[in-house]
Design a protein around this ligand. Structure first.
Ligand SMILES: *[C@@H]1O[C@H](CO)[C@@H](O)[C@H](O)[C@H]1NC(C)=O
Ligand SMILES: *[C@@H]1O[C@H](CO)[C@@H](O)[C@H](O)[C@H]1NC(C)=O
Length: 346
C-alpha cells in the first residue's frame, strides 16, 4: 500500500485531462463537484487555480492545504495556508475552523477534525496515515483514534484503482479508529494488536511495519534502509586495489620488456661497431705487413716486422666477419634505417 500515493500522483496526471478547464470568471456548477472514481481526487468544473463559487462562477482559490499545491507555475502567487485551528477544504474556497467530533468531514481529511485533549498520546508519530493528531475522519464523520484492545471500533474501506503498466487492479485502504499499535478488524469490528514482522497478515494495516507482503507475511517497513554487508565493502575495496595494482604491474612488465629490447639492440650495435674496429685494425696491419714484405725493403726490418706482424695477426687472421648488408646485421641499425630517421632516435 506504500505505492498508493505514487499511484495517485501518476493517475492524477491522466485525470487532469478530464478535470475542469473553466478559468477565472467563467461559469461552473458546484453540483459537478465530486471525487473522481478510483482515485478520489476532488473534481470541479474550474481549473486547478479556481474553485466554483455559490453563484456558479469560477473564483481564485482562497486557501491551500499543500505547501506546494498542484497547478501553479513557479512564480505565480499562491493562496495562503490556513492558520492553526483551521483547515482548507477540498474545494479550497476559504479556511474553516476545525470540526468537532461527530461533524461531517471529507474523505481522508483527518486534518479537518479537532484533535482530542490527549492528542500527543494518540497521534500517529510514524505518519503512516492512521490519524492526524489523534483525530480521524471515518465514513465522513470526525472521531478520535482512542479505542483500546478488544473494544468495538469503526472501519472504513476505500477501494482505489491502481495501475501496473497495462493492467489495473483494486487496492483497498482500510482505516479505523483504534489507538496506534492496534487495528480495527474488518470482520469482528474490534481493535486488535498489530502483528510483528514475520507474522501472517491480510492487509497492511495489520502489520506494525505497515507492510503486508504478497505472501501474506508482515515484512520490514518499506522505508527500512538497505543494509549492505561488510563483505561488499571489502570486496569493492579489494577490487579497486586489485585493479590499480594489476594495471601498474602490467605497465611495469610491458615497459621492462621494451627496455630489454632496446638494450639488446644497443648491445648488438656496440658489438658490431667493435667488430668493425677490429676489422679495420686488422686490415691496416695486413696492409702494412704486405707493404713491408715487398722485395726491395730492408731485409732486416722486413723480417723483424713481418715476424711481429704475423705474430700479431695470428689471432685475428680469420676473415672479416660476414657483412650481409652495408648496414650490418644490427637490429638497431635495421630498425633505424627502416624508420628513416637515425638522429632523431638515439
Ligand atoms: C456555461 O454556460 C453555457 C451557456 O450559458 C452553458 O451552455 C454551459 O453548460 C455552462 N457550463 C457550465 C459548466 O455550467
Ligand atoms: C473516544 O473518542 C470518542 C470520539 O471518537 C469520544 O466520544 C470518547 O469520549 C473518547 N473516549 C475517551 C475515553 O476519550
Amino acid at each position: 500500500m506504500y505505492w498508493l500515493p505514487l499511484t495517485l500522483i501518476l493517475t492524477s496526471g491522466q485525470l487532469l485531462v478530464k478535470a475542469g478547464y473553466q478559468t477565472k470568471g467563467q461559469n461552473c456548477s458546484s453540483a459537478d463537484n465530486r471525487l473522481q472514481i478510483g482515485t478520489y481526487q476532488f473534481y470541479s468544473d474550474c481549473d486547478s487555480q479556481n474553485y466554483c463559487s455559490s453563484d456558479g462562477v469560477c473564483q481564485p482559490k482562497g486557501c491551500r492545504k499543500d505547501q506546494f499545491p498542484f497547478g501553479y507555475s513557479q512564480d505565480s502567487p499562491l493562496p495562503p495556508l490556513c492558520p492553526s485551528g483551521q483547515f482548507c477544504p477540498d474545494e479550497a474556497d476559504a479556511c474553516q475552523p476545525l470540526l468537532s467530533v461527530g461533524s461531517p468531514c471529507q474523505l481522508n481529511r483527518d486534518d479537518q477534525c479537532e484533535p482530542p485533549p490527549n492528542a500527543a498520546e494518540l497521534a500517529d508519530t510514524l505518519h503512516y496515515g492512521r490519524n492526524v493528531n489523534g483525530a480521524v475522519c471515518l465514513n465522513n464523520v470526525c472521531m478520535w483514534a482512542n479505542v483500546t484492545v478488544g473494544q468495538p471500533c469503526e472501519v472504513e474501506n476505500t477501494a482505489y484503482i491502481a495501475y501496473t503498466g497495462s493492467s489495473e487492479y483494486i487496492d483497498v485502504a482500510s482505516r479505523g479508529n483504534c489507538q496506534v499499535g492496534l487495528f480495527c478488524d474488518s470482520q469482528q469490528l474490534t481493535c486488535m494488536s498489530m502483528k510483528a514482522v514475520g507474522e501472517s497478515c491480510d492487509g497492511d494495516k495489520e502489520c506494525s511495519s505497515f507492510n503486508c507482503q504478497s505472501n501474506g507475511v508482515c515484512g520490514q517497513s518499506a522505508d527500512t534502509p538497505n543494509q549492505i554487508g561488510v563483505w561488499v565493502y571489502v570486496l569493492v575495496g579489494v577490487g579497486i586495489l586489485g585493479g590499480m595494482s594489476g594495471t601498474l604491474t602490467l605497465l611495469f612488465l610491458i615497459h621492462r620488456r621494451q627496455r630489454d629490447n632496446e638494450r639488446e639492440k644497443r648491445e648488438q650495435y656496440w658489438r658490431e661497431q667493435y667488430a668493425f674496429r677490429q676489422n679495420i685494425l686488422q686490415m691496416r696491419e695486413t696492409a702494412r705487413t704486405s707493404i713491408l714484405s715487398l722485395p726491395g725493403h730492408g731485409s732486416n726490418r722486413s723480417t723483424m716486422y713481418s715476424r711481429a706482424a704475423s705474430a700479431a695477426s695470428d689471432d685475428s687472421s680469420s676473415p672479416i666477419p660476414q657483412q650481409q648488408s652495408p648496414y650490418g646485421a644490427s637490429g638497431l641499425r635495421n630498425y633505424m634505417v627502416d624508420d628513416g630517421d637515425f638522429r632523431g632516435r638515439d
